[in-house]
Design a protein around this ligand. Structure first.
Ligand SMILES: [Zn+2]
Ligand SMILES: [Zn+2]
Length: 360
């Protein structure tokens, strides 16, 4: 069977032709036929050999972590998942440390040791292949009504985990003031904008490109506002919004994030989701930042990965997006490639979300 792989030592990408088909080896195991796998910035970084670690003893890492699959077989002790079900497998697996209370509590997304494993990223093969075996507890069922867009569930969990935390922090206020600013109009930004819109925020997206462009069209279709960074400074953009209650950063640009931080409104929350490259130290007005954050009751929050609660909310919200904005959701998927051409969308970023079509 075929699998899309990265060879970190040889610094190359290739399709493994004879990747062994996995068998169910535990009574709680499930076997999946992979339908679609999304490509994202993480895959791009792995394919640039910045990170990504093969499992022990393997010269390659099978990539792919944004997966929708159909269950084809289940172990003797599997209760809820049945053959024919559509599922989204989770990505992160717990570390082995007895002391890691997060992993021991089933929340490796809050792992303390950093020794977790991730399918398609860190010490475990991923999903960009024909069949996969995994454990039932990592499966999240999706209804057939969103089968064609369910590959977006995993990237959507970033916004869902952020919003779960934002809701906890905003619970400190007895009122709701809900002006949200999303930085970036790539897949993470657009899915974040949709999530915030569905949950009652007024959404403005600030991104580079001038209109018209496909991302701006999607934002307007969901009732959001689009502001181009080419024509508006961060100050002009912030003035157009008024008090900003929430910033959802989805660019990975530390420069932009910390240019916008001083513009966060009173009692505001600033969520960082991007992972920047290392560009060396740059000047930053620490006194002004600390002054603002204290006197305005502000919160700066970094968030990564997601728990089962976020996956469940992502499935529910994607269903809601599909009802409200069927065309806009489908507009997020701009390219479809066969597994033999998996390197193409990884090496040449084009459009919004590219996916690899493996099964039907
Ligand atoms: Zn991803
Ligand atoms: Zn852990």
């Amino acid at each position: 069977m075929k699998a899309a792989a990265v060879y970190p030592d040889k610094k190359s990408l290739g399709v493994v032709a004879d990747y062994p088909e996995p068998k169910i080896e535990s009574p709680t195991g499930v076997k999946l036929r992979v339908l679609n796998v999304g490509v994202c910035g993480t895959d791009r970084e792995i394919a640039s050999f910045l990170y990504g670690t093969p499992p022990e003893g393997s010269e390659y890492l099978v990539i792919g972590h944004e997966c929708i699959a159909e269950v084809v077989e289940v172990g003797a002790e599997v209760d809820d998942v049945k053959p024919g079900n559509l599922v989204i497998p989770m990505v992160r697996r717990p570390c082995d440390s007895k002391e890691c209370i997060a992993c021991r509590a089933g929340r490796p997304d809050f792992c303390y040791t950093g020794q977790y494993r991730e399918r398609g990223i860190m010490k475990m093969h991923g999903f960009m292949t024909e069949f996969v075996v995994d454990e039932e507890r990592y499966m999240n069922m999706v209804p057939a009504t969103i089968r064609d867009v369910a590959v977006l569930v995993e990237p959507l969990t970033i916004a869902e985990k952020a919003l779960l935390q934002v809701n906890q922090i905003q619970a400190r206020l007895p009122w709701r003031h809900r002006a949200a600013l999303v930085l970036g109009a790539g897949p993470v930004g657009l899915l974040g904008a949709m999530t915030l819109a569905v949950h009652g925020f007024e959404v403005t997206v600030y991104s580079k490109d001038r209109e018209p462009n496909a991302s701006a069209d999607i934002i307007k279709a969901i009732g959001g506002k689009y502001i181009s960074a080419l024509d508006n400074t961060v100050e002009q953009m912030a003035a157009a919004i008024g008090d900003i209650d929430l910033v959802y950063e989805a660019t990975g640009s530390s420069q932009l994030a910390f240019d916008v931080l001083p513009l966060l409104g009173p009692n505001g929350i600033f969520v960082l989701t991007g992972v920047p490259g290392h560009h060396g130290p740059r000047p930053f007005d620490k006194d002004a930042a600390m002054h603002n954050m204290v006197l305005k009751n502000q919160c700066l929050l970094g968030t990564v990965n997601a728990g089962k609660d976020s996956f469940q909310r992502a499935v529910a919200d994607l269903g809601e997006f599909n009802v409200r904005w069927p065309k806009a959701v489908r507009g997020l998927i701009t390219g479809r490639f066969p597994i033999d051409d998996f390197a193409q969308p990884i090496q040449n970023q084009n459009g919004i979300k590219n996916i690899i079509e493996i099964g039907q």
